[in-house]
Design a protein around this ligand. Structure first.
Ligand SMILES: NC(=O)c1ccc[n+]([C@@H]2O[C@H](COP(=O)([O-])OP(=O)(O)OC[C@H]3O[C@@H](n4cnc5c(N)ncnc54)[C@H](O)[C@@H]3O)[C@@H](O)[C@H]2O)c1
Length: 255
């Protein structure tokens, strides 16, 4: 059972990539808070299915299908949301992808495409929504980074760079908008056993090594393990916390 933060009731939470994996767990957790949730995801069918399942909670749901790498489509979708929905109070920039490439075999196009999803859409949502957060008198922005920034994998150099960019963006943005009572933080998850990770990358040996040798805590991390930290950073309970990156990886990364 997730903690309930009464101040999140009726708050408008926008989540990118809210249909699957970590985003799905967040969507469900914000539904339990009786919040109004907007999902931006190319997988709108799954988003709508989650919305139907969450009818048991007194929450509101909107799912906007959009390819987050298409800046024109993303900007147009946000303009539509600004017309149709109340002001966004909490922005969760979450969608991302983690391909494995050897640097010498990686094309410039692949590098740029990864930045387009993992970094550029985070910037666009902030640029388009910040004026509303400012006029509303505050809000919380949470961005998903990764503990890979600290542990550094040889075949994930581009991914590392995108996730380190998020840590830098959070610091700069927190400086810029703190005077408007807008907090900006990042969460850097460890290896989270989402459906896609299990299908694409997880082997029994790699999982065993991570859980029992590399992490301090022998926990198999699921999206649910992250939910509490996102809710906390979204809620006014963390009103004095900004400019931070919280690593949630059972003690794998050493700073
Ligand atoms: N799973 C992990 O182990 C892990 C670890 C550290 C960080 N992260 C980060 O957490 C975030 C979420 O990852 P996840 O594992 O839940 O991923 P996931 O693939 O399970 O879910 C990603 C969601 O984003 C959506 N999406 C992807 N590309 C899109 C696009 N171009 N346009 C619209 N929607 C798009 C997908 O449809 C999906 O619903 C990412 O930023 C990822 O880098 C994940």
């Amino acid at each position: 059972m997730n903690p309930i933060y009464p101040d999140l009731k009726n708050k408008h939470i926008l989540i990118t990539g809210g249909s699957n994996g970590i985003g799905e767990a967040l969507t469900r957790a914000f539904a339990q808070q009786a919040a109004a949730i907007t999902i931006l995801d190319k997988d709108d069918r799954k988003g709508l299915a989650i919305a139907a399942e969450c009818e048991q909670y007194p929450c509101k749901f909107n799912v906007y299908p959009v390819d987050l790498t298409d800046t024109e489509a993303l900007t147009a979708t946000i303009a539509q949301i600004r017309k149709e929905q109340p002001v966004v109070n909490v922005l969760v920039n979450n969608a991302g992808y983690d391909p494995r490439y050897e640097l010498l075999e990686m094309s410039e196009q692949q590098w740029n495409d990864l930045f387009q999803l993992n970094v550029v859409h985070y910037f666009i949502t902030c640029r388009e929504l910040l004026p509303d957060l400012i006029s509303a008198g505050g809000g919380s922005i949470i961005m998903t980074s990764s503990h890979v920034v600290w542990i550094a994998k040889a075949n994930m150099i581009a991914y590392n760079a995108t996730k380190a960019a998020i840590v830098g963006m959070v610091r700069g943005l927190a400086e810029a908008v703190g005077k408007h009572h807008i907090r900006v933080n990042a969460i850097a998850p460890g290896w989270i056993m989402t459906e896609r990770q299990l299908q694409q990358w997880v082997t029994p040996e790699a999982k065993h090594k991570t859980v029992h040798e590399l992490q301090c805590l022998p926990l198999e991390l699921t999206p649910q393990e992250l939910v509490g930290t996102y809710l906390f950073l979204a809620s006014d309970t963390s009103r004095a916390i900004t400019r931070q990156t919280i690593v949630v990886d059972a003690g794998y990364a050493h700073s």
